[in-house]
Design a protein around this ligand. Structure first.
Ligand code: PEP
Ligand code: MG
Length: 587
């Protein structure tokens, strides 16, 4: 049936700036193309069954590799055993084969059907242990499905058409797999303002809009869509006039970007002569080129977890060292702040090293995870200390929430340095060590933590999440994710004051630092360094050059009198609205 191609405009949250126009390509929430159903002829049935058996065998081989590679993971052995058994279980394996043969359907569809039925059965069970086993069924089925689909090359990394991805959700790991020569941008139903998926999109420099709620319901593959990452707008099946207007906007925006990027190479200094380092956040070593192009004065946050995704094991020390050394050498003499592993939360590894958690954001994340895996942690620390022999390196510990954690992290760092000396490997222990301040308890304990580090780096993405109790990745509460809430501003002020009192440096690397209208406030608080997604650097340098630090200090006094985010926003608009408007792209 032909349907009328009507233009629809939907609004979401801006995740990454820029405009793209192209054909939609729908993927499901696991990054696999929506499971297709097709008929298998009788004479092809045994081939289809064999294709399924081959996928199970591959999934089994992957699992075996994981078991072999993880002698210290004995605590997980029962999970692996369960998974191994499930792969050949009659209810899953046997029934999928039966379904293929009886219904003449493809293996993916048969597997999906069998799994849905099984989950329903598990959910009706009263025994909580058995009920929870449905998670194992899902994981095992996923690994078979990925092998099935993988053989047909329709995973995200293998998309070979020039398209815009449309998904219910994408994990940061999936997003990092996007092939930039193919995918122009992406949009998702879910996702909040500071989700890691958006962060990855910005580092890939592709336009993205998240939190659209019902994009996947309104868009079909091959529909023409416009994604405006600057305003969070998506236009589905655009009418001719909008198409023309957005083609023009796209050109204007790209011209504006080229101009500000060329002036961004020089260091930023305020109008009254106060210099401020504007650094970049990176996720992958390959981003160094873009960061330098945007005029980054160094790397204020190297999120190292992306090297741990999309693989069944942990990278070893030499592999990590090679990557870190490349980054440190390419940036030299500019500083590189390497943050230790911050996995879980919304950056789950999705392998057997991560158990499913009911509240991942409050779970075994970041430094907590590292402290229970000392060998893995030490491998990373040794790699960082070795890379530090090749250039200006700092080390940063994420999600510190207690004094104990920073003390332990430093102790293991010392052990790593001693072991390197014993091994006679070149390294440098004489580097600055910092703590991320992103949990309210760390704000309260800042004076104690300060005695154990050389700098603080405030992670506002998590600080806002944990202080205001707003899931950073949830579109339902995205309107409440408010960096300018007076509670947050007071925390920033407190941490900055403690840093000055204790004579350590104070940096910010959360997304708040890369938002132009926050800059008067951050200058007023007295940040020593700001770090952001590299694309934001030119705008931020422009704004810094137009401001007077002395004025921002008195402005801060007014800010601290505000009782709501709304009045703070009004105050910023009244005081700096005109200056900001003059400096920035207005669309
Ligand atoms: C933060 O929380 O602000 C931060 C910079 O770290 P991440 O976004 O990686 O959690
Ligand atoms: Mg964080």
């Amino acid at each position: 049936m032909e349907t009328e191609a009507q233009e629809i405009i939907i609004k979401g949250l801006t995740a990454s700036p820029g405009i793209c126009i192209g054909k939609a390509y729908l993927v499901d929430s696991k990054g696999v193309e929506v499971v297709p159903k097709y008929r298998i002829q009788d004479k092809e049935l045994s081939n289809e069954v064999n294709r399924f058996k081959a996928a199970v065998k591959n999934a089994r081989d992957e699992l075996l590799k994981i078991v072999e590679k993880s002698p210290e993971e004995l605590q997980n052995a029962h999970i692996l055993e369960t998974h191994m058994a499930l792969l050949k279980d009659k209810m899953l394996y046997g029934r999928t084969i039966e379904t293929i043969k009886q219904e003449n359907v493809n293996a993916e569809w048969a597997l999906k059907k069998v799994v849905s039925n099984l989950i329903e059965v598990f959910q009706t069970m009263t025994d909580p242990y058995l009920k929870e086993r449905s998670a194992d069924v899902v994981q095992v089925a996923d690994s078979i499905m990925h092998n099935l689909v993988g053989t047909k090359k329709v995973n995200i990394a293998a998309i070979d058409k020039r398209v815009i991805l449309v998904a219910q959700d994408l994990t940061p790991a999936e997003t990092s797999q996007i092939n930039l020569e193919r995918v122009m941008g992406f949009i998702t139903d879910r996702g909040g303002k500071a989700s890691h998926t958006g962060i990855v999109a910005r580092s890939l420099e592709i336009p993205a809009v998240v939190g659209l709620k019902n994009a996947t319901a309104s868009i079909r593959s091959d529909d023409l869509i416009i994604v405006d990452g600057n305003s969070g707008t998506v236009i589905i099946r655009p009418a001719e006039d909008n198409l023309v207007r957005y083609e023009e906007r796209k050109i204007n925006y790209e011209e504006y970007k080229a101009v500000i990027t060329s002036e961004s190479k020089a260091p930023a200094e305020s109008a009254d002569g106060v210099p401020l380092a504007v650094m970049g956040n990176i996720e992958l070593p390959e981003e160094v080129v873009a960061l330098l192009n945007y005029g980054g004065d160094g790397i204020g946050l190297y999120r190292t977890e992306f090297q741990y995704f999309n693989r069944p094991d942990f990278p070893d020390e030499d592999e990590l060292f090679d990557k870190y050394k490349d980054v440190v050498e390419a940036m030299h003499p500019k500083p590189v702040t390497i943050r230790t592993l911050d996995i879980n939360g919304d950056k789950a590894l999705n392998n057997q090293f991560s158990a499913e958690e009911a509240n991942p954001a409050l779970g075994l994340r970041a430094i907590r995870y590292c402290l229970i895996k000392p060998q893995m942690f030490k491998d990373q620390l040794r790699a960082i200390l070795r890379a530090a022999a090749f250039g200006n390196t700092r080390i940063l510990f994420p999600m510190i929430s207690t004094y104990f954690e920073i003390r332990e992290a430093n102790r293991i760092l010392d052990e790593a340095a001693e072991s390197l000396e014993k091994d006679g490997l070149p390294c440098n222990r004489d580097i600055e060590v910092g703590a991320m301040i992103e949990v309210p308890s760390a704000v309260i304990m800042a004076d104690i933590i300060a005695e154990n580090v050389d700098f603080f780096s405030i992670g506002t993405n998590d600080l806002i999440q944990y202080a205001l109790a707003i899931d950073r990745g949830n579109e339902q509460v995205a309107h409440l994710f408010q960096p300018l809430d007076p509670a947050i501003i007071r925390m920033l002020k407190h941490v900055a004051d403690v840093a000055r009192e204790k004579d350590i440096k104070i940096f910010m690397c959360g997304e708040m630092a890369g938002t132009p209208h926050h800059i008067p406030l951050l200058l007023g608080i007295g940040m020593d360094e700001l770090s952001m997604n590299p694309q934001a650097i030119p705008d931020i340098k422009r704004v810094i050059r137009s401001l007077n630090v002395a004025d921002t200090r008195s402005f801060m006094k007014e800010v601290l009198k505000q009782k709501t985010a709304k009045s703070t926003i009004e105050l910023i608009k009244d005081t700096y609205g005109n200056i900001l408007a003059e400096q920035l792209y207005s669309g």
